[in-house]
Design a protein around this ligand. Sequence first.
Ligand code: NAP
Length: 319
Amino acid sequence: MPNRSPVLVDLKFNPEAVAAALKTAFADRGSINLADPANRQVDLSHVDYALLWKPDADLFERAPNLKVLFSGGAGVDSMMSIADLPDIPIVRFVDPSLTARMSEWVVLQCLMHLRHAVDHLRNQRDRVWRKYVAPEAREVTVGIMGLGVLGRDAAAKLRVMGFNVIGWSRGKKQIDGVETFDAGELDSFLARTDMLVGLLPLTPETAGFYNAALFSKLRRDGALGAPVFINAGRGGSQVEADIVSAIGSGLLGGASLDVFGVEPLPADDPLWGLEKVVITPHDAALSEEYALLRHVEQQIARFEAGEPLQYLVDHGTGY
Ligand SMILES: NC(=O)c1ccc[n+]([C@@H]2O[C@H](COP(=O)([O-])OP(=O)(O)OC[C@H]3O[C@@H](n4cnc5c(N)ncnc54)[C@H](OP(=O)(O)O)[C@@H]3O)[C@@H](O)[C@H]2O)c1
């Protein structure tokens, strides 16, 4: 076997599943899993590649010769906030199964708010027979913030359900059947939006972005009566106190949140108690371990064949 660098793995999630998936991965080079106590003191100075999610603080000191970093998730905000992050390529996780799961979650939340699902579940618990006249999906405009890998797939699937879909991103996009807006057209985008879907990465620009001022610009005379906020990007982009007040005052008619500033969401957080807020525990689209390791194998094969890496993070914009 040629002298290939092993892959350093420091993933702070699902240790058993990661260890099981590693048994059949990187057959041509092996791996060093830092979750294994036997690897605590191992020499890492010769390692070229690292697959990371919230790595040890001294990792880059111990592995000073890395050539490529791989993120264990689609979002790289936790990686980009590491103080001594080396200036080398960072590849984020992009995978068809993760993308499909996110779109399922987004479509589910839009339909739940459209069809009064939360009211129906409560009425069933209370043995109450009550009909709701819901608008048709085509009468409702879903505005997606972030037209990247996830936003574009969600847009296509919401259109299949009949929703009118518009989208907003830093740069203008061309997407069949979807009216798009660029960063400078934020207010026009918000004024058209009945359901706002957040699929933005967390960066210095998007921190605290979903706040009362933004909610007040959403359309108020649409078929839903009051706008709905749905976020599966990152919790750091939302001001949770503003969501609580907006639900209380009717500025928002409902919300669905998969991500939070503090996770797990503390038991005494007021969001838990709000009937019009659907809470899921950051499981809209999990990184599946086997798919993650296959993706890293493919990117290393490209890199060693002299082909460009895919899904590279821009160190300047932070996503
Ligand atoms: N809840 C979960 O389970 C889960 C799972 C996976 C991912 N996520 C989150 O979803 C996020 C999006 O993933 P993705 O794969 O779709 O990312 P992506 O392909 O990098 O797309 C990001 C999109 O956001 C836009 N954007 C970024 N900063 C912006 C700004 N300041 N103003 C306007 N638009 C901005 C980008 O605009 P341009 O295209 O113009 O650059 C792009 O369209 C991830 O970063 C992660 O935080 C959550």
